[in-house]
Design a protein around this ligand. Structure first.
Ligand code: HDE
Length: 704
């Protein structure tokens, strides 16, 4: 008999039904009664179903006496509490998960038998978790870090997990280096810091000795690692996978996610300040968007290519430090993903979800990428530690939403109750036990392997600099300046001079001008020698698709505007700005010195969404400052107000001002440029708010 399938629908936990008093009032320690909201409350019980009469006081020998060991209710509650945490993920510990669906818009029937990729219009439930990599579960949302992007598709043919990142390449070529990489980036073991940062000696020491990382280094030093929103990142399956069709023929595939809102990043100073202003910035923003019905959406695209085409690429597609430029193999959009339901319970879903790249469906198969091959082991293994049992697939968030049955039995936390005598196959004793299905069961792609066994790195993996160079040279001048400045910032935190020098040596292979800029930023008086390159550096054609600025959308959708006001502000101007920004798709928040709001010139009270001290301009994409003369005077001696406008300007944002707002800008010594517009011209403000004033940057900070 098949094991009973646990439901994978997220349901509110049902409390035991009991007929005890409904618990509407409780006798508190002090003897007073706590009234709760009306309604039918189920009885509070122990885990054995025993109704609890008093949840405020433990069992004591007398009012001033010792607590009794006999108090099994206290012990059960505390014991459970003591075990509430499970080991956090060793990487990607901090993540935000959302439910949604995937919808196929173009069939890949020619290439695969996987129904999820052939049934156009079919909606498949998904659970997507977006994460940082290096920090612990309680770390902030906005460090310079890669973002994980893991999608669990609950397909009709079993779960498919596409466990990717927001960067299409990786640091290393072989899985055996992963523990070293992660040990190098994590807190240094003797001192226990820094948390969630690459700017320290052990990371750059390892990287400087690992030339294969150079392409990834260009990506992580770019603003890709400083996303404005989790809704504004691209994501990639990274490795080549295979699609296998009905004839058994296989085609290589790379998977891509492209955000509907376009790409947008913050700049470093902004990300640092955001970490202080709101450590949960990305998670909160995602939560608010989903709750407001602004569902994040991504296009799903593939790059398809044959072995013959792969043989003609100037790199090896099995090397995860390489990408396939869109200009070489165009992207074909085949579907979309919409995230439309916040989980009911963070722990049960986001924490317990277990992604494994080995979870694939028939019609999809792996490539020989040695990084992918290592991952196929790691993820199942890590779930055994984190979730504590080989039955982790029975946890609702992990359970397939199609029938599943096998003869695996027992183990910790077995939640199903199999019936019958037979738990083996083949058998002749049971008429309904599960059997293998040669016709529609999973078959690996037919691949011929030849060659000598050994711990070998293919010669075709030797070129470490060409794509790093291509990436750097494909960026706009502003983005190049950010990469150079990020390298200067990070290497300035490295105490060992020889590590700084080694890194600048590598940069010479990528772009001598970049090496010069970073060397100058670090105060070197002479350029260190470059290391020997294992393969000649190729001049690959620039790929504008690798930019962020080029992929920013000219829209205010998904963006937010903050309006700073104070007593005496002009309500009509506030309303006009608010309407124009809301009509353009932005979320608008009013910021005032007091959370209770401000008394407008009209005498009406304007409610505030945030208090000035706790709502700095880093939380917005553009700001308006609407102040009376008296309001401007008061805020001119308020450092939070000065920082509000100074940071908005320094972070290259549009600022709309009335005459009081202009007074505050003067006081803050903020220059006025084309991005500072009159609050009376809402159209100009909306246009300016859709982008950043990149040309302003050289006037506000020194870039490398
Ligand atoms: Fe992971 N990775 N990884 N990784 N990874 C984990 O699995 C690992 C790699 C990625 O939201 C762990 O369940 C090895 C590349 C994401 O729960 C662990 C190697 C890519 C997530 C693990 C890699 C990723 C993980 C830790 C080198 C992008 C979070 C917890 C061979 C394609 C999934 C867990 C989530 C998580 C191992 C490299 C993406 C330890 C050994 C490359 C998005 O198993």
């Amino acid at each position: 008999m098949a094991a009973k399938k646990p439901t994978s629908k997220s349901k509110k936990q049902k409390s035991a039904k009991g007929s005890a008093p409904d618990g509407d009032s409780h006798q508190a320690a002090g003897g007073e009664l706590h009234q709760t909201a009306g309604g039918e409350h189920p009885a509070l019980t122990t885990n054995q179903g025993l109704p609890i009469s008093d949840n405020q006081n433990s069992l004591r020998a007398n009012p001033h006496g010792p607590t009794l060991l006999e108090d099994f209710i206290l012990r059960e509650k505390i014991m459970h509490f003591d075990h509430e945490r499970i080991p956090e993920r060793i990487v990607h510990a901090r993540g935000t998960g959302v439910h949604g669906f995937f919808e196929l818009t173009a069939s890949l029937e020619q290439y695969t038998t996987a129904r999820i990729l052939t049934e156009v219009g079919e909606r498949t439930p998904v659970f997507t978790r977006i994460s940082t990599v290096a920090g612990g579960a309680g770390s902030v949302d906005t460090p310079r870090d890669v973002r994980g992007f893991a999608v669990k598709f609950y397909t009709k043919e079993g779960n498919w997990d596409l466990v990717g990142n927001n960067i299409p390449v990786f640091f290393i070529q072989d899985a055996i280096k992963f523990p070293d990489l992660i040990h190098a980036v994590k807190m240094e073991p003797d001192r226990g810091f820094p948390q969630s940062a690459t700017a320290h000696d052990t990371f750059w020491d390892f990287i400087s000795l690992t030339p294969e990382s150079m392409h990834m280094v260009m990506w992580i030093m770019s603003d890709r690692t400083l996303p404005r929103s989790l809704r504004m990142i691209e994501a990639f399956g990274v490795h080549s996978f295979r699609l296998v069709n009905a004839a058994g023929e296989s085609t290589f595939v790379k998977f891509h996610w492209r955000p509907k809102l376009g790409l947008q990043s913050t700049i470093w100073d902004e990300a640092v300040k955001t970490a202080g202003a709101d450590p949960d910035f990305h998670r909160r923003e995602m939560f608010e968007a989903v709750e407001a019905g602004n569902f994040p959406e991504w296009e799903f695209a593939v790059q398809l290519f044959t072995q013959d085409e792969a043989d003609s690429f100037p790199f090896d597609h099995l090397d995860a430090t390489k990408l396939i430029p869109e200009e070489l193999v165009p992207l074909k959009v085949i579907g979309r993903m919409v995230l439309d339901r916040w989980p009911d319970n963070f722990f049960a879903e986001t924490e317990q979800v277990a992604y494994c790249p080995s979870h694939i469906v028939q019609g999809i198969d792996f490539s020989n990428d040695p990084l992918l091959q290592g991952r196929l082991f790691s993820y199942d293994d890590t779930q055994l530690l984190r979730l504590g049992s080989p039955n982790f697939h029975q946890i609702p968030i992990n359970a397939p939403q199609c029938p599943f049955a096998n003869l695996q039995r027992d183990g910790r936390m077995q939640m199903t109750q199999p019936v019958g005598r037979v738990a083996y196959e083949p058998n002749s004793l049971s008429g309904d036990s599960p059997r293998e299905t040669p016709a529609r069961g999973f078959r690996s792609a037919t691949v011929t392997e030849t060659g000598d066994k050994g711990r070998i790195r293919a010669e075709s993996f030797a070129d470490h600099y060409s794509q790093a160079r291509q990436f750097f040279l494909s960026q706009t001048a502003y983005e190049q300046a950010h990469i150079a400045s990020a390298l200067v910032f990070e290497l300035s935190k490295v105490e060992h001079v020889h590590v700084r020098e080694a890194m600048v040596g590598h940069l010479q292979h990528i772009d001598p001008a970049l090496a010069d800029r970073v060397a100058a930023g670090l105060g070197f008086d002479k350029l260190p020698a470059p290391p020997r390159a294992a393969a000649p550096v190729q001049d690959l054609a620039p790929s504008p698709a690798l930019q962020i600025i080029g992929k920013m959308k000219n829209t205010l959708e998904g963006r937010s505007v903050g309006i700073l006001i104070a007593d005496g502000s002009d309500g009509a101007v506030i309303d006009r700005i608010k309407k124009a920004a809301t009509d353009a798709g932005a979320t608008v928040k009013i910021v005032a010195p007091k959370v209770g709001g401000a008394k407008l010139a009209s005498g009406l009270i304007q409610a505030a969404d945030g208090q000035l001290a706790g709502t700095p301009s880093v939380l917005f994409d553009a700001v308006a400052v609407i102040l009376s003369d008296a309001g401007a005077k008061t805020l001119s001696s308020e450092s939070a107000a000065i920082d509000f406008v100074r940071d908005a300007f320094g972070h290259l944002k549009a600022i709309a001002v009335d005459s009081g707002g202009r007074t505050l800008l003067k006081k803050a010594q903020v220059k006025q440029d084309a991005g500072v517009v009159d609050a009376g011209d809402q159209g100009a403000f909306i246009d300016a708010a859709k982008t950043r004033r990149w040309d302003r940057e050289k006037s506000v900070r020194t870039l490398a």
